[in-house]
Design a protein around this ligand. Structure first.
Ligand code: AMP
Ligand code: ZN
Length: 112
């Protein structure tokens, strides 16, 4: 399958790894929107959060578990924001579900 993030997981495209376990992989966003901008993705290919089902929803929990661990390891004690874009209306550009984890500056407003 021609998926950019599946290639990153396999190491076929380089990335700056921040965290990895059996279920998830996390790496620095190539175009950071904040001083800390990491993408957390399931190792299993799921196109978007619109494709979460009872069979794969455990991976969402694994992603948030990883986020809490990443926050500890990177000393994000003042907090962070997690965002996921889904589909055309959500401005999703890479169709392997990913969660943006942003921190390192005071983020604006309630959403962006
Ligand atoms: P979205 O618009 O939510 O689909 O986000 C896709 C994100 O992937 C953007 O923030 C891009 O900067 C990021 N991105 C695209 N290609 C790469 C790459 N090769 N390595 C790291 N991040 C990437
Ligand atoms: Zn994929």
């Amino acid at each position: 399958m021609d998926c950019l993030f599946c290639k990153i997981i396999k190491g076929e495209i380089p990335s700056k790894k921040v965290y990895e376990n059996e279920f998830v992989y996390a790496f620095e966003d190539i175009a950071p929107q904040a001083p800390f901008h990491v993408l957390i993705i399931p190792k299993e290919h799921i196109a978007s959060s619109a494709d979460i089902t009872a069979d794969n929803s455990i991976l969402v929990a694994k992603i948030f578990e990883a986020a809490a661990q990443i926050a500890k390891e990177n000393d994000l004690k003042d907090g962070f924001r997690i965002v996921t874009n889904s589909g055309k209306v959500g401005c999703q550009t890479v169709f392997h579900m990913h969660f943006h984890m942003l921190s390192g500056r005071q983020l604006e407003g309630q959403m962006g």
